[in-house]
Design a binder for this molecule. Structure first.
Ligand SMILES: [Zn+2]
Length: 228
């Protein structure tokens, strides 16, 4: 379980590991009971909570060097974020389920926000579905991107174009719900580099605090993205 793993990795001294494990177990149980907002609460829960949170982020970050959605290579931690595939605001019981966490770029995280792409799987109860075939939308931890989507990127001095093509119905959902927005944003960003830089700086600042942006900041960034 990722929380216990993170608790073990957060400290070396036995006594401290013990208190980190206690806190981790408490958060896990509360999440399974459906308590919301635990992801940001953990980060703010004193030095122990912060260490456990950082250990989870480090663990998820080490799983891939690419964004789980757009497949861009993530070169710097400032462009790296952890996304809850099934949004924690809708499915609090999966806040700390390892397979529900994926490394993503800041752009995808901001464009996805708390949108639920997996509505068809909404009746999942407390068990997280383990089989790739259960998911109606491309799932970055259960599916291979290249099995479901094709990515085309053309970049020259004067042109920056990217497009995503679905190969399967699951790929079509992610292309329609998110990747088409990523392409559009990239194209607009290329045409308005100043505004795009401001949007990405604001997004990075919101995430640098280590928790999801407040609804007001998320709305502001979204408005900027839509109007770039
Ligand atoms: Zn991305």
């Amino acid at each position: 379980m990722i929380l216990i793993k993170a608790a073990k990795n957060s400290y070396r001294q036995k006594g401290r590991v013990k208190s980190a494990k206690k806190l981790a177990l408490d958060y896990y149980l509360r999440s399974r009971l459906g308590e919301k907002g635990l992801w940001s609460k953990l980060y703010k829960d004193g030095p122990v909570g912060r260490r456990v949170y950082d250990a989870i982020v480090k663990h998820v970050g080490a799983l891939s060097e690419r964004c789980g959605y757009c497949q861009d290579k993530i070169f710097h931690p400032s462009n790296s974020s952890v996304d809850h595939i099934l949004p924690a605001s809708v499915y609090p019981q999966f806040t700390f389920i390892e397979k529900n966490l994926v490394r993503v770029c800041v752009t995808c995280n901001m464009l996805k926000l708390a949108e639920d792409f997996y509505v068809a799987n909404a009746v999942v109860g407390s068990g997280y579905m383990k089989y790739a075939g259960c998911w109606s939308c491309y799932h970055p931890r259960h599916h291979l991107f290249s099995d479901h989507c094709e990515r085309l990127v053309v970049q020259t001095n004067t042109l920056n174009f990217r497009a995503y093509f679905a190969k399967t119905p699951e790929g079509a959902v992610i292309c329609h719900k998110l990747l088409s927005r990523v392409s559009e944003f990239e194209m607009k960003a290329f045409a308005n580099p100043g505004v795009a830089l401001a949007v990405s700086k604001l997004s990075a600042a919101a995430h640098a605090a280590g928790h999801s942006p407040t609804p007001a900041i998320a709305k502001l960034v979204r408005l900027l993205i839509e109007n770039v």
